[in-house]
Design a protein around this ligand. Structure first.
Ligand SMILES: Cc1cc2nc3c(=O)[nH]c(=O)nc-3n(C[C@H](O)[C@H](O)[C@H](O)COP(=O)(O)O)c2cc1C
Length: 243
């Protein structure tokens, strides 16, 4: 099948462009307040919807929050997050629809997770016991890291686990398509436990489950937190070649 754009570009240049969009994606945790035009968001969503899905069911549903819809949700969730911090028993009220993280961590994932957490907090000069500062940094999630656009992804609860996989492919396409337009993102599972606040706020049906949130906007080029570049293990460490 031919592609009207890619057929015009020599394949080496094409690889360079696509790889640049993928490689330049990183989780951005400080955005400017510059708005994102609706047509740009729509274009990104249309491109992202070319993601494959089992039997082409396209199980993702997307909610785009801007303006007061965004601001009001921030108020509600930040208040809940503060209440949990003040009284950890409150956390029982807030359940995620599926376990994103394991209950028990094993090596090498636990070491990678620690390296990531301390790398980020270390960069921000937040030491281990500084709970208030950690809470404040974590709470930036619930302000979409100041991004003017918040996205939520849901799937119907009747769908199987495969729908989460499909939704992940769709989300990755959004993040790469955003990069191709100079925009940045941060995928955010942090919102998941507050689904009981988010789903009614966005008008989702009883049959929808929250898969993830995402911040979308223009990165703040002066923010220290945005210099956080995470490592990856090389293919040799995660690939088994069979011949
Ligand atoms: C599904 C998903 C959920 C995530 N949730 C959060 C989140 O709630 N808050 C956050 O700051 N980062 C979140 N991240 C970002 C990861 O920490 C980040 O992808 C990882 O450290 C690799 O760094 P990079 O995205 O900059 O390459 C999430 C990433 C994924 C894929």
């Amino acid at each position: 099948m031919s592609s009207p754009v890619l057929d015009r570009v020599p394949s080496s240049e094409c690889a360079e462009l696509v790889d640049a969009a993928i490689n330049s994606r990183q989780s951005i945790r400080a955005f400017t307040d510059r708005p994102v035009a609706r047509h740009l968001i729509r274009e990104i969503l249309a491109t992202a919807s070319r993601a494959p899905s089992g039997a082409n069911v396209q199980p993702w549903k997307t909610y785009v929050l801007q303006g007061s819809a965004r601001d009001e949700l921030i108020k509600k969730v930040c208040a809940a997050h503060d209440a949990v911090y003040a009284n950890p028993d409150e956390a029982k009220k807030y359940q995620e629809a599926y376990a994103y993280y394991p209950r028990e961590w094993i090596s090498p994932y636990i070491e990678r997770r620690r390296e990531n957490g301390w790398g980020l907090y270390g960069l921000l000069g937040i030491a281990k016991g500084e709970k208030d500062r950690m809470h404040a940094q974590h709470q930036r999630n619930f302000r979409f890291f100041d991004a003017p656009v918040g996205l939520f992804f849901t799937v119907n609860t009747v769908m199987g686990q495969g729908a989460l996989l499909d939704c992940g492919a769709f989300m990755q396409n959004i993040m790469v398509a955003a990069r191709a337009r100079g925009l940045d993102t941060c995928p955010q599972a942090a919102w998941n436990s507050f689904a009981s606040i988010i789903l009614p706020h966005i008008g989702a049906g009883e049959d929808e489950m929250l898969v993830c949130g995402m911040a979308l906007g223009w990165a703040d080029p002066n923010a220290l937190v945005n210099t956080f570049r995470t490592p990856r293990v090389p293919p040799e460490d995660f690939t088994v070649w069979l011949e």
